[in-house]
Design a protein around this ligand. Structure first.
Ligand code: ADP
Length: 234
């Protein structure tokens, strides 16, 4: 890791954004809900169900369905976003399902669906990870049986240096040298990977370094999630 590398906001390469915080029970009408904040990124997730899957032909008699819907609110970035689904939100919704499915015990709910709605209140990159963190807590809060919760963060590369938790500038506007690579990842508390995406180029060695960085950071995120779940008053 290069010692001289300076990030625009002064963070060290292996430093995540601060503050990180989490709160459970933010949507009282939902069966479970949570908020996760990292720097300027704020995600909320609300869980409804399990309930009977409609239409009937979508029912799976073997196991329940986890249906995630990711959405950035129109005021979540400086340029107003056109409301409604788009290719990016459809992709992130799917990715979120895949990141969570390994820990959610869906075999307990044949023919049923658990809906997870994820809304970005403020978006400064890392929104899919913040959404997954909020969704994992909201599912636990809803009492959906889970083997574990999961924690998510991106690592990547700025020019030649492996870094943790890219912000919007680093993700989209950093153009020096080799440019930027963003790698969102999700881990179980015992360090098993449930999701990884690689947007850009990275060598095998640096990918390993990025994964180790993200795995370490997820331990801290997990503690924040766990603490928020302990603080439920109901
Ligand atoms: P992630 O938020 O998971 O890092 P992306 O890499 O696709 O996902 O997006 C990075 C950031 O770019 C977002 O967090 C948001 O700040 C910004 N962004 C994404 N889509 C739009 C959009 N349609 N309009 C304005 N900003 C956007």
């Amino acid at each position: 890791m290069s010692k001289e590398f300076k990030r625009q906001d002064g963070r060290k390469p292996n430093e995540m954004r601060r503050p990180i915080s989490a709160k459970v029970g933010v949507v009282p009408n939902a069966d479970g809900s949570a908020m996760y904040c990292s720097g300027k990124t704020i995600a909320i997730a609300a869980v409804y169900g399990p309930k009977k899957m409609h239409p009937q032909h979508s029912q799976n008699p073997e196991k329940g369905t986890l249906r995630c819907t990711y959405n950035m609110l129109s005021f979540s970035v400086a340029d107003r976003i056109r409301p409604g689904p788009n290719r990016r939100s459809t992709e992130i919704s799917k990715i979120t399902e895949w990141a969570l499915e390994p820990v959610v015990m869906l075999d307990k709910y044949p023919n049923r669906v658990v809906d997870v709605y994820i809304h970005m209140i403020q978006a400064d990159a890392g929104t899919r990870c913040a959404g997954i963190n909020a969704a994992a807590m909201a599912l636990a809060h809803a009492g959906i049986p889970m083997k574990n919760i999961v924690s998510s963060i991106a690592a990547g590369k700025l020019d030649k240096t492996v870094v943790l938790d890219l912000d919007k500038y680093e993700d989209s506007e950093f153009k020096e040298g080799e440019g930027s690579t963003d790698i969102p990842m999700t881990f179980t508390p015992d360090g098993k990977l449930t999701h990884i995406q690689v947007d850009g180029h990275i060598s095998k060695e640096q990918l390993k370094e990025a994964m180790n960085m993200a795995r370490e950071a997820c331990k801290e995120i997990y503690e924040v999630q766990k603490q928020a779940l302990k603080e439920i008053k109901e």
